[in-house]
Design a protein around this ligand. Structure first.
Ligand code: ADP
Length: 603
């Protein structure tokens, strides 16, 4: 409970409430509880007892017009009404009883002590305990019985057995991290030469690329304890709590050194501190504490801090300066070979049919992250179970990619005949334009089965190899392919439909990127007109130019898309017969493969 400022307002409430309870208790309940049982008898019994000399103490209460008396052993109290009795004093005298004004204590002294002192204090403490427990639960989750404790999950000894071999692809990241493993195995080697390991390593990359897995694998390989905590877990309701958690985490880590501390989603606390009024005090204090702690421990204490984020650009520069998180390990989306390797790793967990072509599946799943690939394999296994099969087939894997990309097949969506025709022409339009432009990727599959994502059909294109550079011509061809669907509709039905909204969006994005970011327009040359703000999360861009230039950009984007649209229309007009033939075939079969498509095209 150290160094945590006590919350003020709740405490006042709590004292007030207890005081009120005590006052009410003393006022109402005490007299009632403390009263000893009084037995009411008639006057003759009193006289009888006096005559038999059985009275102990007698108290005459003139005002109340009653007499209280006890028996000889003082065990019970009796009460009787007063009668006009001139001999009373003499009678009492003779009976040997003690009598005077107030001698009978109606309350039991021990009981009254217990009730007025011990009980309230006990109640006080009990309420206090209850309230502080409640407060702590509110402040720090279920196991925050101690204020400001770090509640980091500690995995001691080879975290769940995850090793580098379990993380497929990501060879560059693994290489960079294996140095850390080596250091944790034999720090002496590094110390001897005077080399210092970076204190912090930042893993950056899109979601689901295996950052958490890599961190665990480092701990698994080096066989050291692994503390894992998410950045958001530090941020608390009360200012100072997060900082206290950071202190506690580092204290634990230093005790357990050598060890690895992993902070996931570090952007939750590591965001740039801006001077805005009413900023997030708690977050800033937590960040300051983290910075201080990282400075505080000497080099070579064998505590390595790994952190993961997918928004590296939002991190505070103080966090990434040398001496803190000075090494940055990019964990990118897997390439073709990486995707295949990841599929193989996850396929080990399921029973597979003999002939599964992982290369083909990996090619179809272009752009998928490791987590998505894991999901695809699992979806395929679920599909096999649903189909009552004993093992997962190639078809299961391919269908599950479509499920991940476009959602499940819509079983009861009924398209009218004309709609179905339009969709067929639309999809064949894309495929035909793609195939006729030499640089476009070959078509893998065309389908007009509606999906739950809202797509009425789609053309799946497959990249043959990895592309690191994309030429201007390829980009233009892509835009032409995207406009191909609408161009086919216009050519055949002489009208437009809403089916092309997604194509339009993508084509515009590409065209805009060409002009504002890739310097592919004559007028602007190599001037950056747009900056990408969120590289790993969708890549939003913000314009950085004057209003006049914006108008010009818009004009050029329109011109570029129009040109490609015209090109697509030309290609389709030239191949009108093939367009009709393939569209009719697709209309009948609903799904055709790339081979069938090429076969008809080259017939
Ligand atoms: P991140 O932390 O980058 O968001 P995770 O490490 O939590 O992603 O990965 C989520 C899941 O995705 C993992 O549990 C694993 O099943 C799968 N995965 C991601 N990348 C890989 C990879 N390179 N090799 C094997 N599995 C991976």
């Amino acid at each position: 409970m150290k160094e945590v400022p006590k919350p003020k307002k709740p405490l006042i409430f709590y004292y007030g409430a207890v005081l009120l309870v005590l006052m009410l208790f003393n006022l109402l309940a005490m007299p009632w509880l403390a009263q000893r049982q009084i037995r009411e008898v008639d006057y003759s019994t009193f006289i009888q007892m006096a005559d038999d000399r059985e009275l102990g103490q007698v108290e005459v209460q003139q005002e109340e017009n009653q007499i209280l008396f006890t028996d000889k052993d003082n065990t019970a109290i009796y009460k009787t009404g007063m009668m006009p009795d001139p001999d009373l004093t003499q009678r009492l005298d003779e009976s040997g009883a003690k009598f005077s004004g107030q001698i009978i204590q109606q309350t039991n002294p021990i009981l009254s002590f217990l009730l007025s002192w011990v009980l309230p204090i006990a109640v006080f403490i009990a309420i206090g305990q209850y309230m502080s427990k409640k407060l702590m639960e509110r402040a720090g989750g279920p196991n925050a019985m101690a204020f400001g404790k770090s509640n980091a999950k500690v995995y001691v000894q080879s975290t769940q057995g995850i090793k580098f071999a379990d993380v497929a692809g990501e060879d560059e990241a693994k290489e960079s991290l294996s140095e850390v493993v080596d250091y944790l195995h034999d720090p002496g080697k590094y110390r001897a030469i005077g080399a210092a390991m970076p204190k912090g390593i930042l893993l950056v990359g899109p979601p689901g690329t295996g950052k958490t897995m890599l961190a665990k694998a480092v701990a698994g390989e080096s066989n050291v304890p692994f503390f894992s905590m998410s950045g958001s877990e530090f941020v608390e309701m009360f200012v100072g709590m997060g900082a206290s958690k950071v202190r506690d985490l580092f204290r634990q880590a230093k005790e357990k050194a050598p060890c690895i501390v992993f902070i996931d989603e570090i952007d939750a606390i590591g965001q740039k501190r801006d001077g805005r009024l009413g900023g997030n005090d708690e977050r800033e204090q937590t960040l300051n504490q983290l910075l201080t702690e990282m400075d505080g421990f000497e080099e070579n204490t064998s505590v390595i801090i790994l952190a993961a984020t997918n928004r590296p650009e939002s991190l505070d520069p103080a966090l990434t300066r040398p001496g803190r998180f000075d090494r940055r390990v990019p964990v990118e989306l897997p390439d073709l070979a990486g995707r295949e390797a990841i599929l193989r790793v996850h396929a080990k967990k399921i029973r597979l049919d003999g002939q599964v072509d992982f290369g083909r599946v990996a090619r179809m799943a272009s752009g998928a992250s490791g987590a998505e690939l894991a999901n695809i394999v699992n979806e395929a296994a679920l599909r096999a179970v649903r189909g009552g099969r004993a093992s997962v087939t190639q078809a299961d894997l391919e269908e599950s990619i479509e499920v991940v990309i476009a959602g499940y097949q819509k079983k009861n969506a009924i398209l009218t005949d004309r709609e179905k025709q339009i969709v067929a022409y639309h999809e064949v339009g894309h495929a035909l334009v793609a195939a006729k432009q030499t640089n476009s990727a070959p078509v893998q599959k065309i389908t007009i089965v509606p999906r739950t994502s809202g797509a009425l059909g789609y053309t799946m294109q497959v990249e043959e190899g990895n592309h690191y550079l994309v030429s201007q011509e390829e980009l233009e061809n892509k835009i032409a392919t995207l406009t191909g669907g609408r161009a086919a509709e216009e050519l055949v039905f002489r009208s437009a439909s809403t089916g092309a909204s997604n194509d339009i969006e993508q084509a515009t994005k590409l065209a805009r990127g060409m002009i504002t970011r890739y310097g592919m327009s004559e007028d602007f040359d190599m001037v950056a007109l747009e900056t990408v703000t969120n590289q790993y999360l969708g890549g939003d861009a913000s314009l950085a130019c004057s209003a006049d230039t914006q108008t010009e950009i818009d004009r050029q984007v329109v011109a570029l898309v129009k040109k490609q649209h015209a090109k697509a229309a030309r290609i389709l007009t030239e191949n009108r017969e093939k367009l009709d033939e393939i569209a009719r075939y697709l209309y009948e079969k609903e799904t055709i493969t790339g081979e069938e498509f090429m076969e008809i095209l080259n017939r």
